[in-house]
Design a protein around this ligand. Structure first.
Ligand code: HMG
Ligand code: MG
Length: 300
Protein backbone atom coordinates (compact mmCIF):
# COMPACT_ATOMS: atom_id res chain seq x y z
CA UNK A 1 0.00 0.00 0.00
CA UNK A 2 1.17 3.56 -0.74
CA UNK A 3 2.29 5.78 2.12
CA UNK A 4 -0.07 8.59 3.09
CA UNK A 5 0.82 12.07 1.83
CA UNK A 6 -0.11 13.61 5.17
CA UNK A 7 0.06 12.24 8.70
CA UNK A 8 -1.24 13.65 12.00
CA UNK A 9 1.23 13.85 14.85
CA UNK A 10 -0.28 13.88 18.34
CA UNK A 11 2.22 15.40 20.76
CA UNK A 12 2.42 13.61 24.12
CA UNK A 13 5.39 15.30 25.83
CA UNK A 14 3.48 17.52 28.23
CA UNK A 15 1.32 14.64 29.48
CA UNK A 16 2.81 11.20 28.85
CA UNK A 17 6.25 12.79 29.08
CA UNK A 18 6.02 14.89 32.19
CA UNK A 19 3.67 12.57 34.13
CA UNK A 20 6.57 10.25 34.74
CA UNK A 21 9.25 12.69 35.86
CA UNK A 22 10.77 11.50 39.13
CA UNK A 23 11.64 13.90 41.91
CA UNK A 24 10.22 17.35 42.47
CA UNK A 25 6.99 18.36 40.77
CA UNK A 26 7.80 20.41 37.68
CA UNK A 27 6.78 24.07 37.84
CA UNK A 28 3.47 24.86 36.20
CA UNK A 29 5.17 27.72 34.31
CA UNK A 30 7.58 25.27 32.65
CA UNK A 31 4.72 23.02 31.54
CA UNK A 32 2.89 26.02 30.12
CA UNK A 33 5.96 27.21 28.26
CA UNK A 34 6.54 23.73 26.86
CA UNK A 35 3.00 23.56 25.48
CA UNK A 36 3.26 27.06 24.02
CA UNK A 37 6.58 26.21 22.36
CA UNK A 38 5.13 22.97 20.96
CA UNK A 39 2.25 24.83 19.36
CA UNK A 40 4.78 27.22 17.74
CA UNK A 41 6.45 24.20 16.11
CA UNK A 42 3.32 23.55 14.06
CA UNK A 43 1.91 20.72 16.15
CA UNK A 44 -1.88 20.79 15.91
CA UNK A 45 -2.73 18.13 18.49
CA UNK A 46 -1.23 18.49 21.92
CA UNK A 47 -2.10 16.41 24.96
CA UNK A 48 -1.66 19.10 27.57
CA UNK A 49 -2.71 17.63 30.92
CA UNK A 50 -4.22 14.76 32.84
CA UNK A 51 -7.18 15.10 35.20
CA UNK A 52 -6.34 12.04 37.25
CA UNK A 53 -6.03 11.68 41.00
CA UNK A 54 -3.05 13.76 42.21
CA UNK A 55 -2.46 11.06 44.82
CA UNK A 56 -1.82 8.63 41.98
CA UNK A 57 0.12 10.95 39.68
CA UNK A 58 1.39 14.03 41.55
CA UNK A 59 3.12 15.42 38.44
CA UNK A 60 -0.28 16.09 36.85
CA UNK A 61 -1.78 17.73 39.96
CA UNK A 62 -1.75 21.19 38.36
CA UNK A 63 -3.74 20.16 35.28
CA UNK A 64 -6.29 22.95 35.64
CA UNK A 65 -3.62 25.63 36.12
CA UNK A 66 -1.74 24.35 33.07
CA UNK A 67 -4.83 24.34 30.86
CA UNK A 68 -5.81 27.79 32.07
CA UNK A 69 -2.31 29.21 31.60
CA UNK A 70 -1.50 28.26 28.02
CA UNK A 71 -1.85 30.54 24.99
CA UNK A 72 -4.55 28.92 22.92
CA UNK A 73 -3.26 28.96 19.39
CA UNK A 74 -5.99 28.90 16.75
CA UNK A 75 -6.29 25.55 15.03
CA UNK A 76 -4.61 23.60 17.84
CA UNK A 77 -6.51 20.95 19.79
CA UNK A 78 -5.48 20.82 23.46
CA UNK A 79 -6.55 17.52 24.98
CA UNK A 80 -6.54 15.97 28.46
CA UNK A 81 -6.86 12.54 30.04
CA UNK A 82 -10.06 11.97 31.98
CA UNK A 83 -10.37 8.59 33.74
CA UNK A 84 -13.77 9.28 35.28
CA UNK A 85 -16.55 11.87 35.61
CA UNK A 86 -14.60 13.81 38.23
CA UNK A 87 -11.73 14.18 35.82
CA UNK A 88 -14.04 15.07 32.97
CA UNK A 89 -15.69 17.87 34.95
CA UNK A 90 -12.24 19.27 35.74
CA UNK A 91 -11.24 19.10 32.07
CA UNK A 92 -14.45 20.78 30.92
CA UNK A 93 -14.05 23.57 33.49
CA UNK A 94 -10.47 24.11 32.29
CA UNK A 95 -11.56 24.32 28.66
CA UNK A 96 -10.09 21.10 27.22
CA UNK A 97 -10.91 20.87 23.50
CA UNK A 98 -10.84 17.10 23.58
CA UNK A 99 -10.58 14.44 26.27
CA UNK A 100 -9.40 10.85 26.44
CA UNK A 101 -10.39 7.78 28.40
CA UNK A 102 -7.73 5.13 28.89
CA UNK A 103 -8.13 1.41 29.25
CA UNK A 104 -5.94 -1.58 28.53
CA UNK A 105 -5.97 -5.01 26.96
CA UNK A 106 -4.59 -6.55 30.15
CA UNK A 107 -6.55 -7.06 33.37
CA UNK A 108 -3.52 -6.70 35.62
CA UNK A 109 -2.38 -3.44 34.04
CA UNK A 110 -5.90 -2.00 34.20
CA UNK A 111 -6.01 -2.84 37.89
CA UNK A 112 -2.63 -1.24 38.62
CA UNK A 113 -3.24 1.82 36.46
CA UNK A 114 -6.85 2.75 37.18
CA UNK A 115 -7.79 0.46 40.06
CA UNK A 116 -10.53 -1.59 38.39
CA UNK A 117 -11.12 -4.46 35.97
CA UNK A 118 -11.45 -4.01 32.20
CA UNK A 119 -15.23 -4.39 32.32
CA UNK A 120 -15.51 -1.97 35.26
CA UNK A 121 -13.33 0.51 33.34
CA UNK A 122 -15.66 0.37 30.35
CA UNK A 123 -18.67 0.88 32.64
CA UNK A 124 -16.90 3.87 34.15
CA UNK A 125 -16.08 5.35 30.73
CA UNK A 126 -19.69 5.17 29.45
CA UNK A 127 -21.00 8.20 31.37
CA UNK A 128 -17.72 10.07 30.72
CA UNK A 129 -18.16 9.65 26.97
CA UNK A 130 -21.87 10.45 27.16
CA UNK A 131 -21.31 13.66 29.11
CA UNK A 132 -18.41 14.77 26.91
CA UNK A 133 -20.49 14.23 23.79
CA UNK A 134 -23.35 16.23 25.32
CA UNK A 135 -20.82 19.09 25.64
CA UNK A 136 -19.63 18.58 22.04
CA UNK A 137 -16.22 17.41 23.23
CA UNK A 138 -14.61 14.61 21.25
CA UNK A 139 -13.34 11.60 23.17
CA UNK A 140 -10.26 9.62 22.24
CA UNK A 141 -9.78 6.11 23.62
CA UNK A 142 -6.45 4.60 24.59
CA UNK A 143 -5.80 0.89 24.80
CA UNK A 144 -2.59 0.14 26.68
CA UNK A 145 -0.42 -2.99 26.68
CA UNK A 146 -1.27 -3.83 23.05
CA UNK A 147 1.99 -5.71 22.49
CA UNK A 148 2.83 -6.85 25.98
CA UNK A 149 2.05 -6.24 29.63
CA UNK A 150 4.52 -5.67 32.47
CA UNK A 151 2.47 -8.01 34.70
CA UNK A 152 0.96 -10.57 32.30
CA UNK A 153 3.57 -10.85 29.53
CA UNK A 154 2.21 -11.50 26.03
CA UNK A 155 -0.99 -9.78 24.95
CA UNK A 156 -3.49 -11.58 22.73
CA UNK A 157 -4.25 -9.34 19.69
CA UNK A 158 -7.87 -10.55 19.86
CA UNK A 159 -8.15 -8.94 23.30
CA UNK A 160 -6.75 -5.65 21.96
CA UNK A 161 -9.29 -5.81 19.15
CA UNK A 162 -12.16 -6.50 21.56
CA UNK A 163 -11.37 -3.57 23.89
CA UNK A 164 -10.74 -1.26 20.93
CA UNK A 165 -14.08 -2.19 19.39
CA UNK A 166 -15.90 -1.58 22.69
CA UNK A 167 -14.39 1.90 22.98
CA UNK A 168 -15.30 2.69 19.39
CA UNK A 169 -18.88 1.47 19.87
CA UNK A 170 -19.14 3.58 23.03
CA UNK A 171 -18.38 6.71 20.99
CA UNK A 172 -14.61 7.27 20.91
CA UNK A 173 -13.71 8.94 17.62
CA UNK A 174 -10.26 7.35 17.54
CA UNK A 175 -8.49 4.50 19.31
CA UNK A 176 -4.84 4.94 20.16
CA UNK A 177 -2.97 1.65 20.46
CA UNK A 178 -0.38 1.84 23.23
CA UNK A 179 2.74 -0.30 23.28
CA UNK A 180 3.12 0.84 26.86
CA UNK A 181 6.35 -1.02 27.59
CA UNK A 182 7.81 -0.90 24.10
CA UNK A 183 8.36 -4.63 23.75
CA UNK A 184 6.75 -4.84 20.31
CA UNK A 185 8.64 -5.63 17.11
CA UNK A 186 7.54 -4.85 13.54
CA UNK A 187 5.97 -8.22 12.72
CA UNK A 188 4.13 -8.25 16.04
CA UNK A 189 2.91 -4.71 15.35
CA UNK A 190 1.54 -5.76 11.98
CA UNK A 191 -0.14 -8.84 13.43
CA UNK A 192 -1.70 -6.82 16.24
CA UNK A 193 -2.92 -4.21 13.76
CA UNK A 194 -4.31 -6.87 11.45
CA UNK A 195 -6.47 -8.20 14.30
CA UNK A 196 -7.62 -4.77 15.46
CA UNK A 197 -8.37 -3.42 11.99
CA UNK A 198 -10.88 -6.23 11.50
CA UNK A 199 -12.88 -4.61 14.31
CA UNK A 200 -12.01 -0.91 13.95
CA UNK A 201 -11.44 0.86 10.61
CA UNK A 202 -7.77 1.69 10.22
CA UNK A 203 -8.50 5.40 9.71
CA UNK A 204 -9.83 5.45 13.28
CA UNK A 205 -6.63 4.00 14.76
CA UNK A 206 -3.49 5.70 16.03
CA UNK A 207 -0.12 4.25 17.03
CA UNK A 208 1.22 5.15 20.48
CA UNK A 209 4.53 3.36 20.82
CA UNK A 210 7.01 3.67 23.67
CA UNK A 211 10.65 3.17 22.80
CA UNK A 212 11.91 1.10 25.72
CA UNK A 213 13.53 -1.53 23.49
CA UNK A 214 14.47 0.88 20.68
CA UNK A 215 11.88 -0.64 18.34
CA UNK A 216 9.36 2.18 18.09
CA UNK A 217 10.49 3.70 14.78
CA UNK A 218 10.64 0.30 13.10
CA UNK A 219 7.23 -0.55 14.50
CA UNK A 220 5.83 2.76 13.26
CA UNK A 221 7.21 2.17 9.78
CA UNK A 222 5.53 -1.24 9.82
CA UNK A 223 2.11 0.14 10.74
CA UNK A 224 2.35 3.16 8.39
CA UNK A 225 2.85 0.58 5.63
CA UNK A 226 -0.49 -0.90 6.69
CA UNK A 227 -2.29 2.45 6.60
CA UNK A 228 -1.87 4.08 10.02
CA UNK A 229 -1.87 7.87 9.61
CA UNK A 230 -1.97 9.13 13.21
CA UNK A 231 1.09 8.84 15.44
CA UNK A 232 1.52 9.76 19.09
CA UNK A 233 5.02 10.86 20.03
CA UNK A 234 6.77 12.79 22.75
CA UNK A 235 9.23 15.63 22.22
CA UNK A 236 12.76 14.58 23.26
CA UNK A 237 11.32 11.12 24.00
CA UNK A 238 10.15 12.34 27.39
CA UNK A 239 8.33 10.06 29.75
CA UNK A 240 7.05 6.62 30.49
CA UNK A 241 4.21 5.24 32.52
CA UNK A 242 4.19 5.40 36.32
CA UNK A 243 2.40 2.01 36.41
CA UNK A 244 4.78 0.23 34.03
CA UNK A 245 8.11 0.03 35.82
CA UNK A 246 11.12 0.55 33.58
CA UNK A 247 9.08 1.77 30.60
CA UNK A 248 10.79 4.63 28.83
CA UNK A 249 9.10 7.46 26.97
CA UNK A 250 7.15 7.54 23.78
CA UNK A 251 9.21 7.52 20.63
CA UNK A 252 10.74 11.01 20.23
CA UNK A 253 8.64 13.26 18.02
CA UNK A 254 11.80 14.63 16.36
CA UNK A 255 12.87 11.11 15.35
CA UNK A 256 9.43 10.29 13.93
CA UNK A 257 9.37 13.61 12.08
CA UNK A 258 12.80 13.04 10.53
CA UNK A 259 11.65 9.63 9.29
CA UNK A 260 8.38 11.03 7.92
CA UNK A 261 10.20 13.88 6.18
CA UNK A 262 12.42 11.27 4.54
CA UNK A 263 9.35 9.38 3.37
CA UNK A 264 7.87 12.57 1.90
CA UNK A 265 4.98 12.51 4.37
CA UNK A 266 3.78 15.97 5.38
CA UNK A 267 2.96 16.83 9.01
CA UNK A 268 3.17 20.62 9.07
CA UNK A 269 5.73 20.45 11.89
CA UNK A 270 9.07 22.32 11.86
CA UNK A 271 11.84 19.84 12.76
CA UNK A 272 14.45 22.44 13.68
CA UNK A 273 12.11 24.28 16.06
CA UNK A 274 10.94 21.01 17.58
CA UNK A 275 14.49 19.84 18.22
CA UNK A 276 15.25 23.15 19.96
CA UNK A 277 12.11 22.74 22.06
CA UNK A 278 13.31 19.28 23.05
CA UNK A 279 16.71 20.68 24.01
CA UNK A 280 15.01 23.44 26.00
CA UNK A 281 12.71 21.14 28.03
CA UNK A 282 15.42 18.59 28.76
CA UNK A 283 17.74 21.40 29.92
CA UNK A 284 14.96 22.43 32.33
CA UNK A 285 14.90 18.84 33.57
CA UNK A 286 18.69 18.71 33.89
CA UNK A 287 19.50 16.21 31.16
CA UNK A 288 20.04 15.90 27.41
CA UNK A 289 17.40 15.20 24.79
CA UNK A 290 16.35 11.59 24.29
CA UNK A 291 15.97 12.22 20.55
CA UNK A 292 18.86 11.01 18.40
CA UNK A 293 17.81 13.40 15.65
CA UNK A 294 17.79 16.37 18.04
CA UNK A 295 21.26 15.41 19.28
CA UNK A 296 22.50 15.17 15.69
CA UNK A 297 21.01 18.53 14.75
CA UNK A 298 22.59 19.99 17.87
CA UNK A 299 21.70 22.88 20.09
CA UNK A 300 21.87 26.41 18.71
P1 HMG B 1 -9.50 5.30 42.96
O1 HMG B 1 -8.66 5.49 44.18
O2 HMG B 1 -10.03 3.94 42.68
O3 HMG B 1 -10.68 6.37 42.86
O4 HMG B 1 -8.64 5.77 41.71
P2 HMG B 1 -11.86 6.77 43.80
O5 HMG B 1 -12.99 7.14 42.89
O6 HMG B 1 -12.07 5.71 44.84
O7 HMG B 1 -11.33 8.10 44.49
C1 HMG B 1 -10.29 8.09 45.46
C2 HMG B 1 -9.79 9.50 45.67
O8 HMG B 1 -9.27 10.02 44.46
C3 HMG B 1 -10.87 10.48 46.11
O9 HMG B 1 -10.24 11.47 46.92
C4 HMG B 1 -11.27 11.16 44.83
O10 HMG B 1 -11.78 12.44 45.02
C5 HMG B 1 -9.95 11.22 44.09
P3 HMG B 1 -10.26 11.37 48.52
O11 HMG B 1 -11.72 11.29 48.89
O12 HMG B 1 -9.49 10.11 48.88
O13 HMG B 1 -9.57 12.62 48.96
N1 HMG B 1 -10.14 11.24 42.64
C6 HMG B 1 -9.72 12.23 41.83
N2 HMG B 1 -9.05 13.36 42.07
C7 HMG B 1 -8.80 14.16 41.01
N3 HMG B 1 -9.16 13.86 39.74
C8 HMG B 1 -9.81 12.71 39.47
C9 HMG B 1 -10.12 11.85 40.54
N4 HMG B 1 -10.74 10.67 40.62
C10 HMG B 1 -10.77 10.31 41.91
N5 HMG B 1 -10.15 12.42 38.22
C11 HMG B 1 -8.41 6.68 39.51
C12 HMG B 1 -9.15 5.70 40.39
C13 HMG B 1 -8.75 6.36 38.07
C14 HMG B 1 -8.83 8.09 39.86
C15 HMG B 1 -6.88 6.52 39.78
O14 HMG B 1 -6.56 5.18 39.64
C16 HMG B 1 -6.03 7.35 38.87
O15 HMG B 1 -6.03 8.57 38.94
N6 HMG B 1 -5.25 6.68 37.98
C17 HMG B 1 -4.47 7.40 36.99
C18 HMG B 1 -3.31 6.61 36.56
C19 HMG B 1 -2.58 7.35 35.47
O16 HMG B 1 -2.73 8.56 35.31
N7 HMG B 1 -1.73 6.62 34.72
C20 HMG B 1 -0.98 7.22 33.67
C21 HMG B 1 -1.80 7.58 32.47
S1 HMG B 1 -2.19 6.19 31.44
C22 HMG B 1 -0.78 6.04 30.41
O17 HMG B 1 0.17 6.73 30.60
C23 HMG B 1 -0.87 5.11 29.24
C24 HMG B 1 -1.05 5.84 27.89
O18 HMG B 1 0.00 6.75 27.67
C25 HMG B 1 -1.10 4.80 26.76
C26 HMG B 1 0.09 3.82 26.80
O19 HMG B 1 1.25 4.25 26.79
O20 HMG B 1 -0.19 2.61 26.82
C27 HMG B 1 -2.37 6.63 27.86
MG1 MG C 1 1.91 6.21 26.88
Amino acid sequence: MAFPTHLRLFEMGARDGLQNEPGAVIDTAIKIELINRLSECGLRHIEAASFVSPKWVPQMGDAAAVMNGINRKAGVTYSALTPNLQGLEGAIAAGADEVAVFGAASEAFTQKNINCSISESLERFAPVIERAQACNIRVRGYVSTVMGCPYEGETDPAQVAAVSRELLDMGCYEISLGDTIGTGTPLKAKQMLEAVSKQVPIEKLAAHFHDTYGQALANLYAVIEEGIAVIDASVAGLGGCPYAKGASGNVATEDVLYMLNGLGIDTGVDLEKLAQTGHWITAQLGRTSGSKVALAIGCQ
